[in-house]
Design a protein. Sequence first.
Length: 183
Amino acid sequence: MTYEIIDTTLTDPIARPLLDALEVEYATRYREFRANSAALASEELARYPAELFVPPEGAFIVIQRDGQTVAGGAFKRYDATTAELKRMWTHASERRQGLARRVVQEFESRALRQGYRRVYLTTGFRQPEAAGLYTRSGYEALFDRSIAPEIHFRLPFGKDLLEPGRTDSLHDLVHPEPLGQRS
C-alpha cells in the first residue's frame, strides 16, 4: 500500500474525514462520562483557531491512501520551546499498521525543524491505545500513575526531542493536580 503524507490545513476538505471521525470517536468513547458528549466533542474540536496549526508555529498533516484520508493530526505552539500534539487520528480499518507512529515521527521532525525542543500532549483516559503509542514512542507520563486514569480524565505526556529519554527538562510541564474534565 502506498500512503501519501500531505501538509494541509484544518479548513482543507481533505481534513474533514479526520475531524468528523474524531468528533464521533470522542463523543462515543466518553458518552458514559459526559451527559452531553457529542456537544462537548464538537466544542473541543472547535476550541482552537485553524491558524494555530500552520507553520511556522504549527502543522497539520493527513495521510491518504488511494485518495482517502486515513490518518493525520496537528501540532501547535505550547510555549517557546514546546510543540503540542493535537487531533491525532487513524481510521479504524487502518489501525495497528504503524500509521499513528508515523504521524508522531513526522511531527517530531517538523517540530525540530520549526525550532521546538520538546513535545507535549494530552490524551483521554478512555484512549489506552494512544497512551500506549506515546509510551512506546519515548514519551514520559506527566501524571501520577497511582491515581485512577478517570480521575485525571486527560493524561499528559512529554518528550525532549533533543535528548530523548531526558525527563528533567519536562518538569515544568507536569501539572500538580489531575487534568479533570474541564481544565
